[in-house]
Ligand binder design. Sequence first.
Ligand code: B1M
Length: 217
Amino acid sequence: QLSLWDRLEKRIVDGEMNGMEDDLDEALNEKKALEIVNEHLLAGMKVVGDLFGSGEMQLPFVLKSAEVMKSAVAHLEPHMEKAEDDAGKGRLLLATVKGDVHDIGKNLVDIIISNNGYDVVNIGIKQPVSTILETAEEHKADIIGMSGLLVKSTVIMKENLEEMNSRGISEKYPVLLGGAALTRSFVEEDLSDIFEGEVRYAKDAFEGLSLMDQFMA
Ligand code: B1M
């Protein structure tokens, strides 16, 4: 018989929602909601990524795993700690870039950052740069955050920064980038070289939060 923790991970890998909520409630007796996400659910998603990458898992099953992951995070979200007394620290415009549908990581970033005193305007997936920039303007965002998991999304992010340069708004919005295909050196060396404002890489949602604090300081 599997331990509770192995069961949680296996449910993500198998895309099995049946019984998940009971297991999550049991897990909440022992760990914090965010620890459950970071230590166990994300471990399951990593297995899914590896199996898919090696051809051992087909796309419809990856999608099932992603749906279970989303439902599990939604179930845990009400249990996540919120910083009550420091609302309104600043506003983040958050999007997954054009051509990219991956949003689990972006939505985790939304949860962590909005639970810690920021307003987040999350405009979803496959967002062209024009929409990102116009919505940032409309909502008076302080910072623009872009997520993307595909290698081609890294090219799109570069184009988006070039578009900000040509519109002359690079210094108006510090930019936060994250997603599995990026590396710190690509963002903070290569992209930094071409971008006229400040662009930083966040390896995970927590680093995203600490960069928000730095940007707004
Ligand atoms: Co896709 N997919 N997928 N996929 N998928 C990857 C990314 C891939 C690496 C899998 C693989 O081959 N091993 C691969 C990309 C390869 C490449 O580009 N070289 C891939 C592919 C190929 C594809 C398709 C092209 C497959 C196809 O159709 N043939 C297709 C793309 C469609 C498109 O976008 N146009 C596709 C589709 C899908 C699903 C729809 C089935 C599903 C997504 C469902 C959804 O998101 N709603 C899916 C999934 C689930 C994955 C993997 C398995 C898991 C991604 C995930 O959710 N991880 C992924 C494998 C992998 O990443 N190794 C894979 C968990 C999530 C929490 O992590 O998003 O990295 P992540 O977020 C992290 C950090 O990166 C960071 O914080 C989070 C953690 O705290 N972060 C930020 C992310 N964004 C940030 C923004 C920030 C700050 C931090 O500030 C703004």
